[in-house]
Design a protein around this ligand. Structure first.
Ligand code: AOF
Ligand code: ZN
Length: 360
């Protein structure tokens, strides 16, 4: 179906509204809604926080005007299922006598997935789907992956030198990128439910994995540490907010160390491991159960190569620094890149950001 310019304008407004919920609604989707009558916007709303009212309900609540005969725009199919935090939106839309509903994407949640549209049509409402569908999927890329696969959307972020090295040596911290990239990484962390590093990165870089350069919420900090080698003096353990630090370790790890870390408020997950290497598939399933919809993998080399060699990623972001290391370790085998295509490039001060996704 061909949509009018008016339709395109209002659905884009839905995306803008939806984005206001970022950081507050996970594991729910980002949803915005606009109600239009006689060419005039009479209501707007978005899903503001997990467990709270849905976008459509907030759009109705935002106005006192008569909604009979109006068009409701929403980037996601209205929900129709029960046994959840809030009542379903479809009956509200029907009772408010909306005559047309325009949506970008069906809700991939198996409890909805087309049933919302079906119920609206059965009530005599015209429903037009698929408007800016690709943009809608991009807005909710975390939610789509998580609802369908039950594991988080995975982005691997790698800073590397001109000669493709991430550090000179496994045991030495090598700083490659400039201040614009640091700010960008903090912005990126803020968008994800969780960030992940391996124990060696904690030892060598001693990172905090917070969003100190920008305003916003810190993500959950995940450390993969097969034999619990993490030092109790690491910044990540000594800083406040240990309830946001989760360590994944082998199932036969030292019980005493586990208890000490748990006493500090850190959450420990014990998983099957081969030679102290935690199974990443099991870890991702566990994260799915914990409602982690998005994961930013920040290093180091062993972690990168494990994720990449198992195809466990949706996106790779390379922060290309103009520095030359001359020697050192590479993030991954370059032949992996052959299977990927460039989605986006952007200058970040002296560095270049390159976003790679699978070439389908
Ligand atoms: C909508 N509009 O704004 C959102 C929807 O537990 P609840 O009641 O918040 O329901 C969560 C489910 O509702 C979620 O898994 C997804 O299927 C849908 N989200 N639907 O019509 C919204 N956030
Ligand atoms: Zn709803």
């Amino acid at each position: 179906m061909k949509f009018s310019n008016e339709d395109l304008t209002y659905i884009k407004r839905c995306f803008e509204l939806a984005d206001k919920g970022r950081g507050f609604v996970s594991p729910n989707p980002l949803v915005g809604s606009v109600i239009v009558k006689d060419g005039k916007v009479i209501g707007e709303g978005w899903h503001k926080k997990f467990g709270g009212a849905h976008a459509e309900v907030n759009a109705f609540a935002s106005s006192n005007e008569e909604t009979k005969g109006a068009t409701l725009y929403c980037n996601l199919e209205p929900c129709c299922h029960t046994n959840k935090q809030t009542p379903p939106c479809v009956p509200v839309i029907i009772s408010r006598e909306i005559s047309r509903v325009v949506i970008s994407n069906l809700d991939p949640n198996p409890s909805v997935n087309g049933s919302g549209v079906k119920q609206l049509r059965e009530a005599g409402i015209r429903v037009d789907t698929g408007i800016l569908g690709d943009e809608g999927k991009e807005v909710n890329k975390f939610y789509f992956k998580y609802v369908i696969k039950k594991i988080p959307y995975i982005t691997i972020k790698i800073a590397q030198s001109i000669d493709g090295k991430i550090s000179t040596n496994r045991d030495i911290q090598t700083w490659l990128t400039g201040k614009d990239s640091v700010k960008y990484v903090h912005e990126l962390r803020e968008k994800y439910d969780a960030v992940l590093v391996g124990a060696n990165t904690i030892k060598v870089d001693d990172p905090q994995l917070t969003v100190r350069e920008v305003k916003g919420q810190d993500p959950i900090r995940i450390i993969i540490d097969g034999d619990l080698s993490i030092s109790p003096h690491s910044k990540i353990i000594k800083m406040p907010g240990n309830e946001k630090t989760w360590i994944f370790t082998a199932e036969n790890s030292n019980q005493e160390k586990i208890e000490q870390l748990e006493k500090l408020g850190i959450k420990i997950f014990q998983l099957p491991a081969d030679k102290k290497k935690v199974d990443l598939g099991d870890m991702l399933k566990e994260l799915g159960k914990e409602n982690i919809t998005s994961l930013l993998v920040e290093g180091g080399q062993q972690i990168f190569s494990q994720f990449i060699s198992h195809g466990l990623f949706d996106e790779i972001i390379i922060l290309q620094s103009p520095k030359i290391l001359g020697q050192g370790i590479s993030a991954f085998e370059t032949n992996v890149l052959k299977k990927l295509k460039i989605e986006e490039t952007e200058r970040l001060g002296e560095d270049l950001k390159v976003v790679l996704i699978e070439n389908q």
